[in-house]
Design a protein around this ligand. Structure first.
Ligand SMILES: NC(=O)c1ccc[n+]([C@@H]2O[C@H](COP(=O)([O-])OP(=O)(O)OC[C@H]3O[C@@H](n4cnc5c(N)ncnc54)[C@H](O)[C@@H]3O)[C@@H](O)[C@H]2O)c1
Length: 432
């Protein structure tokens, strides 16, 4: 099949995987640099495995353009553009509308049935609300001349390729049989045992929001339990392990730390809260998930101040800037929030991240010192905060530096951590 992808970002680029499954993938992006990078055979973002997929398919099964007219022969066109928050938390649909209108302009000249499939995370009702716009611009009729589909994406940045290739479900929200058949054909390569959830667009949209809210709730829950544990000399790792053995709870997403970030969970929660309240729904639980998360990064500062009360002119090594390991994405990163707070307190921040330095510079500018290695970062520093769970941070011999270590991600081996005595502090850590 010929697949168009509007928006070659973290979600859209992962559709490059379809090239390895025999489909042709045409990326359309307004960012010339991204288009150029893809055509040179490499990924414009860091995502394990993506570079290789693009390199082996470029010019054969993958192409990139900034011209929507290249979509003319496509069977499916995915819309993967951003859906950021407005200042009041509501969803900003500017990019989705713009991309949809541009697709509709091309649709006017298309002579076959094409499915316009949304992967952008959009609120229930949005996909259907876009139909009149597409019909008016294209002069075509939905379900007769073209199909629409909400096909949410559940990948995790850092393991996006693996997640896309091994989904736990495929959600297809459609209004007609033909669109359903085309979407099922597109995902034919996915193991037969993986459930295909065929539903309407509104339900597909809600599934995505509910899933993100559920994931966020687990993180805020375990973070709050971790904060309580610290006061009772209990280690959260023991508690999380034990409760995770109950099959009703399960072991995943129970890692205490300095909060969730990234482009999805915070903004999707905000959008859901805003949309629910606009319909008169009383929202209590979702708001508290966000509230816990907004405060959680600063727990690292509190722990730091328990050993260094005044941070003025102190050199603080900040290990990690991305919102999680294995990505260069710094959107809503707790590490960036910590950096800004440290600067506000008068500290000198020495930062290091294996992949996210360039993106972090766009936000933090020259307010922090960027180091070439974790060792350079730690050298001559007064304390260290581990803000991202990069694997390489686990193997550092912190004992050489003899400074307080604030483990915001609980990545240090417990035996090693104990050796530091009261120089080691971690979220939900107990020395007992
Ligand atoms: N990042 C994820 O892990 C993830 C996972 C699931 C769903 N999503 C959803 O996917 C959507 C995209 O997220 P992302 O993280 O990939 O965003 P992103 O910012 O990484 O990428 C979006 C891309 O769209 C391009 N773009 C914007 N407007 C355009 C237009 N009119 N025409 C063509 N290109 C345009 C931008 O240049 C950019 O390259 C969001 O709704 C997000 O919630 C993201």
């Amino acid at each position: 099949m010929k697949v168009g992808v509007i928006g070659a970002g973290y979600a859209g680029l992962t559709l490059a995987c379809l090239a390895d499954k025999g489909h042709e993938v045409i990326f359309i992006d307004i960012d010339e640099n991204k288009v150029k990078k893809i055509n040179e055979g490499s990924s414009p973002i860091f995502e394990p495995g993506l570079d290789d997929i693009i390199r082996r398919n470029i010019g054969k099964r993958i192409w990139a353009y900034n011209d929507y007219n290249k979509l003319i022969d496509c069977d499916v066109i995915f819309i993967c553009v951003p859906t950021p928050s407005n200042d009041d938390g509501s969803i900003n649909l500017y990019y989705v509308r713009n991309a949809t209108e541009n697709v509709a302009k091309v649709l006017k000249y298309v002579n076959k049935f094409v499915v316009i499939a949304f992967k952008s995370t959009i609120l229930p009702g949005t996909t259907i609300s876009l139909i009149p716009i597409i019909e008016e611009i294209s002069g075509k009729k939905a379900t007769r001349d073209f199909g629409i589909c909400m096909n949410p994406e559940f990948l995790k940045e850092g393991s996006a390729v693996r997640d896309f290739l091994n989904p736990d479900k495929i959600v297809i929200g459609v209004l007609d049989e033909k669109s359903k058949e085309i979407m099922l054909e597109l995902y034919k390569w996915v193991d037969d045992r993986v459930p295909r959830i065929i539903t309407n667009p509104n339900t597909a949209e809600m599934i995505k929001y509910a899933q993100n809210a559920a994931l966020a709730s687990r993180i805020s829950f375990i973070n709050e339990i971790a904060n309580i544990c610290e006061k009772f000399n209990v280690d959260i790792l023991d508690v999380a392990y034990a409760i995770g053995l109950d099959p009703r709870i399960g072991p995943y997403f129970l890692k205490a730390g300095i909060g969730f970030g990234g482009s999805c969970l915070p903004k999707d929660l905000k959008a859901l809260i805003n949309a629910a309240e606009s319909k008169g729904v009383e929202v209590i639980v979702l708001k508290s998930i966000l509230e816990r998360n907004e405060k959680q990064p600063y727990r690292a500062i509190e722990l730091l101040k328990s050993v260094i009360p005044n941070l003025k002119n102190k050199k603080i090594a900040l290990l990690g800037l991305s919102f999680k390991s294995n990505t260069d994405d710094v959107r809503e990163s707790s590490a960036i929030k910590i950096a800004n707070k440290l600067i506000e307190e008068g500290a000198h921040v020495k930062a290091y991240d294996p992949k996210a330095m360039e993106n972090a510079k766009k936000i933090l500018g020259d307010k922090v010192e960027y180091c070439k290695s974790p060792i350079e970062c730690l050298k001559d520093s007064d304390a260290c905060i581990i803000a991202t769970d990069w694997e390489e941070f686990k193997d550092i011999d912190y004992s050489k530096f003899n400074i307080p270590i604030i483990d915001g991600r609980r990545i240090l081996d417990r035996v090693k951590a104990k050796i530091f005595g009261n120089k080691y502090k971690g979220i939900g850590w107990s020395e007992n």
